[in-house]
Design a protein around this ligand. Structure first.
Ligand SMILES: [Zn+2]
Length: 77
């Protein structure tokens, strides 16, 4: 049974690795560190929380509002 257990363990590890690969493909490469909307640098603490963040905190918030109100995020004053 040991071999079977090890095989199951390996297949689980493989599944997790495959899942990570799929997630990486879906989310794309790590963030460039620049907001795609306003081109401001993305806050370092935000990048630590989400290394693939594409928007700064302001624009991410605006995007969330936009989703509800169909409003665009313009450049900050
Ligand atoms: Zn931004």
């Amino acid at each position: 049974m040991d071999d079977l257990d090890h095989a199951a363990e390996r297949s689980q590890v493989f599944t997790e690795a495959a899942l990570q690969t799929v997630l990486l493909r879906l989310d794309g490469p790590p963030s460039s560190g620049v907001c795609r909307s306003c081109t401001d640098p993305i806050e370092p603490q935000r990048l630590r929380a989400n290394p693939r963040a594409r928007l700064c905190a302001c624009c991410a918030e605006e995007e969330e509002i936009h989703r509800l109100r169909h409003r665009r995020c313009g450049p900050r004053p």
